[in-house]
Design a protein around this ligand. Structure first.
Ligand code: H2U
Ligand code: ZN
Length: 347
């Protein structure tokens, strides 16, 4: 079987799901060169932005004159701390109509006072401050009795449904393990039991030996387009050291993570000379007090763009009804990201 020419499916060992790869469809010409999009560069401060320093938010609260990261409770939180436990209402006690209370807390983390600077454009110390904040929030929220899992994520770009251009991330900390981490927990535990080693430690070693899907790496972290990537330029970034949570990162590792995150996001922006949209987030150990020796801290980045700043991949049709599918091979995607360079196109 030729993985670069023939339709085939690839297995995602982290979720137990398959992706269909159709490389023969991607043989059409690649229009690599694109003009930088300089038309809509935002101002450093926007008086109408809900997240800029000193401005009033949608909920009526006023932001402080912050100078580094700024964290606040989401004014429109999807999870609330006081979920009512107990018997569900009549009719909801059947296996066909299951529901349970879901407590939690949602916060917003502004990266910096600057309305115009995304993660790859901030200084390295500013990105380190963001990672420190994510780790502190994970520790603080994880200690709450009703929080058993802390999801740190950034949703960037209007095309991803991001409602505010001021660079920020979100944290949803909840009572239950959500679907994706739950699948990964089961898969990592099963692999650990069967092989006696860590799935992602073994995977990173194998990827580094092969090299073709590695986008960037440094002393402490490696970023690859995973063998089983679903999104065209999907990236999996993981620590070389086996650790489970952002809270376990040492200062030197935070510096290395900031550097590699900036480098991969710079490559994203350079690819189509645009501020690259994506959803990214960390998968880390649950905070229910249990031991999770098989869990390996990692970050997923899921960007929707396919061929240019304007051409997006849609997860519809076969993907919605059967399984995800891609044309561009992960190996070619990694090659293009390596070729995109690590000097930001706006710098
Ligand atoms: P996005 O990351 O999808 O843009 O969402 C921004 C979040 O910020 C969203 O969850 C919150 C929204 O509820 N928000 C506030 O809490 N206060 C505001 O004044 C504006 C936005
Ligand atoms: Zn702003």
């Amino acid at each position: 079987m030729d993985l670069y020419a023939q339709p085939h499916r690839r297995f995602n060992p982290l979720t137990g799901e398959w992706v269909l790869v159709s490389p023969h469809r991607a043989l059409r010409p690649w229009q690599g060169q694109v003009e930088p999009d300089l038309t809509a560069l935002p101002p450093a401060y926007d008086p109408d932005c809900y997240l800029c320093p000193r401005n009033t938010r949608a909920g009526g609260a006023r932001n402080p004159d912050y100078t580094s990261t700024f964290v606040f409770d989401n004014d429109f939180a999807a999870l609330l701390p006081l979920a009512e436990e107990g018997t569900p209402p009549a009719g909801l006690d059947s296996p066909l109509f299951r529901a349970e209370a879901a407590a939690g807390l949602c916060r917003v983390v502004c990266f910096s006072p600057r309305h115009d600077l995304t993660l790859p454009q901030l200084s390295l110390p500013a990105v380190e401050a963001v990672i420190h904040t994510w780790a502190e929030q994970t520790a603080e929220l994880g200690r709450l009795p009703f929080v058993n899992y802390v999801q740190v994520f950034e949703n960037k770009g209007a095309v991803m449904g991001c409602s505010n251009p001021h660079p920020h991330s979100q944290i949803w900390a909840g009572q239950q393990l959500p679907n994706e981490p739950a699948k990964e927990l089961a898969a990592q535990n099963a692999y650990h039991q069967a092989q006696g080693s860590c799935l992602l430690c073994d995977y990173l070693n194998a990827e580094e030996r092969e090299g073709v899907r590695v986008v960037a790496a440094n002393e402490h972290f490696v970023a690859v387009v995973p063998f089983w990537a679903v999104w065209p330029f999907e990236i999996l970034l993981a620590s070389r050291r086996h650790l489970g949570s952002l809270t376990e990162l040492q200062d030197e590792e935070i510096g290395a993570l900031a550097g590699l995150l900036q480098q991969m996001l710079t490559r994203y922006d350079n690819l189509f000379s645009t501020s690259f949209p994506y959803s990214l987030g960390f998968h880390q150990t649950p905070t229910d007090g249990g031991d999770y020796p098989a869990w390996h801290l990692h970050l997923h980045a899921y960007p929707p763009l396919l061929r240019s700043a304007a051409v997006k991949k849609f997860m519809v049709g076969y993907e919605l009804l059967a399984m995800p599918q891609r044309d561009l091979t992960p190996e070619l995607a990694a090659q293009r990201l390596r070729a995109a360079g690590d000097q930001h196109y706006l710098s």
